[in-house]
Design a protein around this ligand. Structure first.
Ligand SMILES: Cc1cc2nc3c(=O)[nH]c(=O)nc-3n(C[C@H](O)[C@H](O)[C@H](O)COP(=O)(O)O)c2cc1C
Length: 175
């Protein structure tokens, strides 16, 4: 297993005209990454291809967010979300991700992710939500982490009178 970088407070951004694109197999192993992905993450192509996509996982991200992602795409649906990623030098970069199943002859054969620049206001809105989910996950312990943080998120969204998809898309469009 590769050594993980130590997270730093350095942010790397990309332009509103750029897209970070990657493709994975069914298990989330990277099979393709575009130039923007390489530049922003700091990894070269040979470091990315064949690696699990958690190579760019940032420890500030709650596990529940990825459970939600996988549950959605494995059902053949697309997932939208804001994700804080970590690059090779420990820097971070926020993205607005759209992950979709790659379907051939009616069967899921892999997944695509296309990421755009995340609006500042959206980052400010999701940062406290993720921090609370992370706190709940630590308190719940590994076995119950995702269940506990997703239950909290569901309740929170209900209290706000919204759904996950509606909140995420409004945060993206409002900015
Ligand atoms: C197409 C695709 C793109 C993904 N992109 C990311 C990403 O940019 N950052 C990330 O942390 N996880 C991403 N994931 C999720 C990872 O596969 C993984 O579930 C997540 O990093 C949590 O890893 P862990 O459970 O090993 O901590 C992606 C998954 C798929 C299928």
């Amino acid at each position: 297993m590769k050594r993980r970088p130590t997270p730093t407070n350095t942010e790397v951004t990309f332009s509103e005209h750029e897209f970070i694109v990657s493709k994975t197999d069914l298990k989330g192993r990277i099979t393709y990454g575009n130039r923007v992905f390489m530049r922003v993450s700091g990894y070269q192509e040979d470091e990315l291809i064949g690696s699990p996509h958690n190579i760019v996982r940032h420890p500030d991200m709650p596990r529940g967010a990825f459970k939600h992602l996988w549950d959605t795409i494995q059902q053949g649906k697309e997932w939208f979300g804001f994700v804080k990623n970590m690059g090779k030098s420990g820097h971070y970069y926020w993205v607005f991700a759209n992950v979709t199943p790659d379907i051939e002859a009616g069967r899921i054969v892999g997944y695509f992710s296309v990421r755009r620049q995340a609006p500042r206001k959206a980052i400010e809105a999701v940062t406290p939500l993720y921090a609370e989910m992370l706190r709940i996950e630590r308190e719940a312990g590994a076995a119950r982490a995702c269940e506990a943080s997703l239950a909290w998120l569901t309740e929170r969204l209900r209290a706000l009178g919204t759904t996950y998809e509606a909140l995420i898309l409004s945060l993206y469009q409002e900015a």
